[in-house]
Design a protein around this ligand. Structure first.
Ligand SMILES: [Zn+2]
Length: 236
């Protein structure tokens, strides 16, 4: 299994690694900072370099392990490579993903509306939740509450817990551990202000303080099925 370095430090975007194997135009490394598509967050892009050669990383998928799709003939197994993740794109995803946690926390606290899905991009995001319909004033209240959490500058931390401990200690409505397949025995937890704001299971990348999220603005809402609302937002 590839060592997923992005789970430890979401701000480090360069790394050294060795090519484990090649599968078509896809490369498996012994370790990587490239985040693979998943959890409503797009994959990182960037480059792999070795001895003056460079390969653009155009896709990253996590199936049985993490595969990096590269342009051109991939580096051979055993090659030492230097990886460089597009830092701007990563940072945008981390800001949006953290904003999504804040919005989910506010939705649960203020509207008893659990999040059912989310998709972040580098310039916008959407979130689906269980709720009949938000009014204009509801949206204004949501926006104000999220911005208050941004301005408060809460610390964001992450760590892994074994699943039994997580199930025993964490709020099931928030963490939704029941949705994870049985094969998952370790759970990654993302915590905002030591759980005072939010504590949820998530394998995405996040900023280390809510102040880094920036100003949060809701750009629209729509019905996302019976009893479900979709909220769209951007960050400044
Ligand atoms: Zn997350």
């Amino acid at each position: 299994m590839t060592d997923a370095l992005y789970l430890e430090d979401s701000t480090e975007t360069t790394f050294e690694a060795t090519v484990d194997r090649v599968a078509g135009d896809r490369v498996v490394l012994d370790r990587t900072q490239f985040y693979p598509t998943g959890g409503g967050q797009p994959h990182d892009t960037g480059v792999l370099g070795a001895d003056g050669d460079e390969w653009a990383v155009t896709g990253v998928e996590n199936t049985d392990t993490i595969y990096h799709e590269v342009d051109g003939d991939p580096p051979a197994a055993g090659t030492s490579v230097r990886g460089e993740v597009d830092a701007d794109r990563r940072r945008a995803h981390s800001r949006y993903h953290t904003a999504q946690h804040l919005l989910s926390a506010v939705l649960l606290a203020e509207f008893d509306a659990p999040t059912t899905g989310n998709q972040v991009y580098a310039d916008r995001a959407r979130l689906d939740c269980e709720h009949d319909r938000f009014s204009e004033s509801d949206l204004e209240a949501l926006e104000a509450a999220v911005n208050e959490l941004v301005d408060a500058g809460h610390d964001v931390t992450w760590y892994t817990l074994d699943r039994e401990t997580a199930e025993a200690e964490l709020d099931p409505e928030r963490t939704r551990l029941d949705l994870l397949p049985d094969s998952i025995t370790e759970v990654r937890i993302v915590d905002i202000d030591n759980g005072d704001v939010d504590r949820t299971a998530c394998a995405g990348t996040h900023v280390e303080n809510t102040s880094e999220v920036g100003e949060f603005e809701i750009t629209g809402r729509e019905t996302a099925g019976s009893g479900r609302e979709r909220i769209r937002f951007v960050l400044d």
